[in-house]
Design a protein around this ligand. Structure first.
Ligand SMILES: Nc1ncnc2c1ncn2[C@@H]1O[C@H](COP(=O)(O)OP(=O)(O)OP(=O)(O)O)[C@@H](O)[C@H]1O
Ligand SMILES: Cc1ncc(COP(=O)(O)O)c(N)n1
Length: 274
């Protein structure tokens, strides 16, 4: 047996738990593992959730979030980090405190506010995201609804998405990816990336599936994993989009739960049980 394995880079997810395993910290750790990246995690909230929705949620205390961050950052060479559900302004500000002085390098900020099933995962002023984490973000990844909440204006077309990305970039992130998964139009799933002063449209074939739970978490984690692996930012985002499209395709026929189910994070790999 070949016992020589290269040491993996380390990524960190700061997110909530999804008991259904399709989104949140579970999706993030799957995605890191699928990329050959060692995943560390800081749990911000526990949700009781399945493919039909969220039935309960409780925030982890600030003290415990702080202790998790201290434990991970004191001992692991974190090469990239990702935030998901932060629940409210207090944890957002706490994470921003740790983001100072480049302690959370290559920071991907997914401003999780509402789930696909319509449940709210953020209580607070959306603008706090831009003030608190905007300038610390390597890339900010709002979906259509989140971009609308952040900017307080309607976004209905790809051109609106481009304008939104430009407007969000004025708050300080190096790049903004406005995701168009919820723009139910045409055969393509189009996201727009504003990065280093350039606009890029990232289009993928729209997969005919109801299993799209956790695609936003998966995309943001795949970007963080690729940044940890040393990919340049635009390539990390474009590669992550291809990974999500393949994960959607591979799970299109799954029936895990009666609502929108998870995607296949390990589509590229054989089972370890083989
Ligand atoms: N049916 C689909 N086919 C192909 N790509 C898709 C599909 N649905 C979503 N995507 C892609 O998945 C990624 C996540 O997009 P989306 O806009 O759904 O984010 P999100 O709302 O944060 O995700 P989530 O559903 O986890 O909340 C984007 O790259 C988007 O284009
Ligand atoms: C803990 C947690 N974090 C994030 C999401 C967003 O994912 P989705 O919108 O696909 O439900 C979620 N449902 N649960």
């Amino acid at each position: 047996m070949n016992r020589v394995h290269q040491q993996p880079p380390v990524a960190l997810t700061i997110a909530g738990s999804d008991s259904g395993g399709g989104a949140g910290i579970q999706a993030d750790l799957h995605t890191f593992a699928a990329h050959g990246v060692h995943g560390t995690s800081v749990l911000t909230a526990v949700t009781a959730q399945n493919t039909r929705g969220v039935t309960a949620a409780e925030a982890v205390s600030e003290e415990l979030v702080r202790a998790q961050l201290d434990a991970v950052l004191a001992d692991f060479p974190v090469a990239a980090a990702k935030t998901g559900m932060l629940g409210g302004v207090r944890l957002l500000e706490l994470v921003a405190e740790y983001g100072q002085d480049d302690r959370l390098p290559n920071l991907v900020v997914d401003p999780v506010m509402v789930t696909t099933t319509g449940d709210s995962l953020y209580a607070g002023d959306p603008a706090a995201y831009l003030g608190g984490l905007g300038p610390l973000s390597t890339v900010l990844t709002p979906n259509l609804i989140e971009a609308q909440l952040l900017l307080g204006r309607a976004i209905a077309t790809v051109e609106d998405m481009r304008e939104a990305a430009r407007a969000l970039a004025t708050y300080g992130p190096r790049a903004v990816l406005v995701k168009g998964g919820h723009l139910e139009r045409g055969d393509a799933a189009v996201d727009v990336l504003w990065c280093d002063g350039q606009m890029l449209d990232l289009a993928a074939p729209r997969v005919a599936t109801r299993n799209d739970h956790g695609t936003g978490c998966t995309l943001a984690s795949a970007i963080a994993a690729r940044l940890a692996l040393g990919h340049p930012l635009p390539q990390a985002v474009a590669g992550a989009k291809v990974y999500v499209t393949e994960a959607l395709k591979a799970a299109a026929d799954w029936h895990l739960g009666t609502g929108p189910g998870p995607v296949h994070h390990h589509h590229g790999r054989k089972s370890a049980a083989l």
